[in-house]
Design a protein around this ligand. Structure first.
Ligand SMILES: [Zn+2]
Length: 145
């Protein structure tokens, strides 16, 4: 019983796929190429971080600039419907900060990678290596990172 037209279904599929956002895919590909191993969207951790390194107790959030209120061009608020966006984005920011706090209280460190920063691969790689330490330096059971 599928009453969706092919067009509607394809639009649906696109919406579903957006969960693995393009910026996140860029970060994942970079990490993988650099030899890091990770888990994705770990729901039992505060904020369900996008990319998780259990052996290192490190977590990465890849945030869209608009939705998470980055202080950059892409994070600028639209002039219309401010009563809608402003509180919504404020709530996201509060939730993000609370997740980082909760992670840190359980001994985890976290890094936020902003969507607008993933285009500069060299500086992104540098930032990731700085945060994680060298690839392959941690071995924990299932994960050889
Ligand atoms: Zn940004």
């Amino acid at each position: 019983m599928d009453r969706l037209t092919p067009e509607a279904r394809s639009a649906n599929m696109k919406a579903v796929r957006r969960k693995d956002t393009a910026p996140e895919m860029i970060v994942r590909r970079l990490l993988h190429a650099a030899g890091y191993r990770y888990r994705l969207h770990v729901k039992k951790l505060p904020g369900s971080p996008d990319i998780v390194f259990p052996g290192r107790k490190k977590a990465i959030f890849v945030h869209g600039c608009f939705w998470h209120g980055h202080d950059c061009r892409a994070g600028r608020r639209p002039q219309s419907r401010q009563d809608y966006w402003v509180p919504k984005i404020a709530r996201n920011r509060e939730r993000d900060a609370a997740s980082v706090d909760a992670l840190s209280r359980s001994g985890w460190t976290s890094l936020t990678v902003w969507e607008c920063r993933v285009t500069d691969r060299d500086s992104l790689t540098e930032q990731l290596v700085d945060f994680l330490g060298p690839a392959g330096s941690v071995i924990d059971g299932k994960e050889r990172g």
